[in-house]
Every structure is written in structure tokens, then in C-alpha cells.
Design a protein around this ligand. Structure first.
Ligand code: FAD
Length: 387
């Protein structure tokens, strides 16, 4: 590490030890970068435990799989969603990672390298200089780094009027239940919509234990009280025996406003702050893993650190869908159901991963009800803004 009279200069600083930066840490370790460089990790939350459960589909061809396979907790080989599928896809698995396991794993990786330093601090300000960035801490201290990956959450004011993915999840144990731990229920829209777009996830980890989550896509955020009847109803006859082991109540911004902003060539926003969350679904984990690999390749080759970019065709689709959900959230379930009903599962996943061929995307669009999208397009033309 080079030194100035004031403070050491790290090669890289990770601001925030959440999903995005810890996947970068994994990528740095995998390619040997940590052995020859100085890394600073800054995280204010000393109590960070299982604050979220990440679930997503993956197949054997996912090049970022090497970054997270060690912390996968459970996988499901049978998948279903309303209204159509109940199948055993050949290549895809739905996997689950409990965040506590990734956090713990990362602490172990950091402790293993002499030149990696972990600081329990809060970053107040980043001040770019010509050849480095100064990191100013809440406690008045300062550090310096050549490059900074910033995962601090976006300003609340930039999120006014957007659509939220809000959810109330219960990890339940129901003695006597007979759930199938190989079968995950994704996006079950067969629940009352009550003028919103909402669905149930049910991810059983064993015959008697699983994560049950009500999720809503709407400008109106779901409260726990509102979620209660839907969750109870889903548990049905199992309900009298069930108890809640853990709750997950949170929300994810579904917006195009966090895309494409880099405050300085040496400061790269990552994760939620870097627009990595897919606006129309709230999935982010695999995108963060992909981005982590691209960042580490750029660090190795000395190129400028890359922003996470969304292809224009997908940005267009997401913009229209968000406009529809913003203006009339009750339309979402019809659109998602049509999408699931008229497309094969691998195509659905490739489309949601933004990796489908253009012809597949056009085929999907051709089969969707066109009126809501035309209306949204017209509104976007006459009142252009980032939803
Ligand atoms: C409850 C929940 C469940 C989710 N489930 C899924 C899922 O199933 N699948 C999926 O693909 N995506 C999911 N997501 C979306 C996405 O994967 C996560 O939001 C992901 O954790 C984003 O990573 P991140 O690093 O951007 O943010 P975080 O993981 O929130 O990390 C940001 C870090 O920055 C720290 N920080 C904050 N302020 C400062 C500061 N001033 N200085 C230094 N550090 C600071 C925070 O303490 C935190 O540790 C979920 C999101 C949530 C909230």
C-alpha cells in the first residue's frame, strides 16, 4: 500500500458489505487479486445477520455461479407458477442463499488476507481527487483509495412516486405438514389482487418448514397487517399447527431512475445503488454476480470500472411495464399471467435474465395484450420521465 503523510492509499475500497460488494470480494479472491493488493471494506452495521434471503433461478451455464455456489442453502428442482407451469426443468434450479451465510463467509475471506482490512464505520462523504478518492467517515476519520465501489442506498428523495416491490415473508414451521422440499412455488397470482399486483412465493426447505411470502408490485407499499389474511389463507388447513420462526418485511425500489449514473470515474455505484436490480422483477443477485466479475476483470486490465448497463430493448420493456404498474397496478397480474402462459419456462427465464434472443423477445411482445403497452407508450411519449 502506498502512503501519503495523512493516510494509506488502498487500491480499492468497498463501501458497504452487503450483497453487491461481497460478491466483488468473492470475485477478487477467486482470481488471486487479494494476495497482491490492498483492500478496505467499510460497513457500519456490526449486527448484520440474516437480514434477507436471496432466491433466484440458475442453470449450469451461469458463469457467475462460481461466486456463490459455496453459500447456496437449498435448491428446488420442481418449479411452478400460475397459471401454467408445474414442471421439472432440465437445466434450471431455483436456489436460496441466506444472507447471514454470505456475510459470515466474507468475514472469513477478509480475515485470511493480511492486506485486506475491515472497518466498522459509516462513510459520510466521498471526495474524488485526481489520482484517488478520499473517504470521510462519520467519526471524522479519513481513508484514501484509488477506486471506490459504493453500495450506500440511494437518496430517498430520488425515489418519490415510484413502484415498490414490497413483501411480507414468514419463515414458518408447521408440524404435521407434508410439503415437498424439491418444489418451489414462484409467483402464484391465484390470490385476490384487490386492485394491486400481488402474488405468493412458497419455498419449503423441508416437509414442515419453509418461507412463505406475499409480494406486491405497486406504488402502495404492503403492510404486515394487510398481508396477514393472504398468508393465513395460504397456510389453510396447516395453520393451527404453524408458528413463525422469522419474519422478512422489506421493500425494493422498482425504478429506472438508478440507471447509468457514475459520479466520478474512480467511484462506481454497485448493487441497488448502481441500478443492478431488474426494475420489473426486483431480482438482483445474479446481476450483482455478473457485475462483480466484470468489475474485477476491469481492475485486472486497468480499464475504467464498468457501470451495470441494461440493453435498450429490455430498458424499453421495463419502462413500459413500470408505467403500467404506476398508473394502474391492478393490470400487472393479467400481464404476468399471460407472459407465463404463452412462453416456455427456459424462454421466460432467459427473458427475465435479459439474455433472450431478439426474436424471442419480439415473440413474447407479440403475444402480450397490446392495449396497456400502447397506452403506456403514449403516456411515455407525451409525458416523458423515468418511472
Ligand atoms: C429483504 C430483501 C430480499 C431480497 N431478496 C432478493 C431475492 O430473493 N433475489 C434477488 O435476486 N434479489 C433480492 N433482493 C434484491 C437485492 O438482491 C438485494 O437488495 C441486495 O442485497 C442488494 O445488495 P446491495 O449490496 O446493493 O445492498 P445491501 O445488501 O443492502 O448492502 C448495502 C450495505 O451498505 C451499508 N451501508 C449503508 N450506509 C452506509 C454508509 N454510510 N457507509 C458504509 N456502508 C453503508 C449497509 O449497512 C449495507 O450493508 C432482496 C432485497 C431485499 C431488501
Amino acid at each position: 500500500m502506498s502512503r501519503t503523510p495523512e493516510a494509506p492509499i488502498y487500491d480499492l475500497a468497498l463501501v458497504g458489505a452487503g450483497g453487491a460488494n461481497l460478491l466483488v470480494l468473492q470475485a477478487l479472491e477467486k482470481n488471486g487479486w487479494l494476495r497482491g493488493h490492498d483492500l478496505l471494506i467499510i460497513e457500519p452495521d456490526t449486527q448484520k445477520g440474516n437480514d434477507r434471503t436471496w432466491s433466484f433461478w440458475t442453470d449450469q451455464t451461469d458463469p457467475a455461479y462460481e461466486l456463490y455456489h459455496e453459500v447456496v442453502e437449498h435448491q428446488w428442482i420442481r418449479l411452478s407458477a400460475t397459471p401454467k407451469w408445474k414442471i421439472k426443468p432440465l437445466t434450471y434450479r431455483y436456489v436460496q442463499i441466506r444472507s447471514a451465510k454470505l456475510y459470515q463467509h466474507a468475514r472469513g475471506v477478509a480475515a485470511h488476507y493480511d492486506r485486506t482490512h475491515w472497518k466498522w464505520e459509516s462513510v459520510k462523504k466521498l471526495k474524488p481527487e485526481e489520482d484517488r478518492v478520499e473517504l470521510h467517515f462519520q467519526n471524522g476519520g479519513i481513508a484514501q483509495a484509488r477506486h471506490v465501489l459504493d453500495s450506500r442506498p440511494p437518496q430517498k428523495s430520488s425515489l418519490e412516486g415510484i413502484v415498490w416491490q414490497s413483501f411480507v415473508g414468514w419463515r414458518v414451521r408447521c408440524p404435521g405438514a407434508k410439503w415437498d422440499p424439491t418444489h418451489a412455488v414462484l409467483m402464484d397470482f391465484d390470490i385476490p389482487q384487490d386492485k394491486q399486483t400481488q402474488f405468493i412465493y412458497f419455498l419449503p426447505n423441508s416437509a414442515e418448514e419453509g418461507l412463505l411470502e406475499l409480494t406486491r408490485f405497486s406504488p402502495k407499499v404492503l403492510s404486515e397487517e394487510e398481508a396477514l389474511p393472504y398468508l393465513r389463507n395460504y397456510l389453510g388447513k396447516n395453520l393451527p399447527n404453524c408458528y413463525i420462526e422469522e419474519k422478512e418485511i422489506n421493500r425494493i425500489p422498482m425504478t429506472m431512475r438508478l440507471k447509468g449514473q457514475k459520479p466520478h470515474p474512480r467511484i462506481l455505484p454497485v448493487g441497488g445503488a448502481g441500478g443492478v436490480v431488474k426494475p420489473s422483477t426486483g431480482y438482483a443477485f445474479k446481476n450483482m454476480a455478473k457485475h462483480a466479475k466484470a468489475i474485477v476483470e476491469a481492475l485486472e486490465s486497468g480499464e475504467e470500472l464498468p457501470l451495470y448497463r441494461q440493453a435498450p430493448l429490455y430498458a424499453f420493456c421495463d419502462t413500459l411495464l413500470l408505467r403500467i404498474l404506476q398508473d394502474d397496478p391492478s393490470q400487472g397480474s393479467i400481464l404476468f399471467k399471460t407472459f407465463f402462459k404463452k412462453s416456455e419456462l427456459p424462454v421466460v427465464f432467459r427473458f427475465l435474465d435479459e439474455e433472450a434472443k431478439t426474436t424471442q423477445v419480439l415473440n413474447i411482445m407479440r403475444r402480450m395484450p397490446w392495449r396497456p403497452f400502447l397506452n403506456a407508450l403514449w403516456r411515455q411519449i407525451t409525458d416523458p420521465r423515468r418511472p
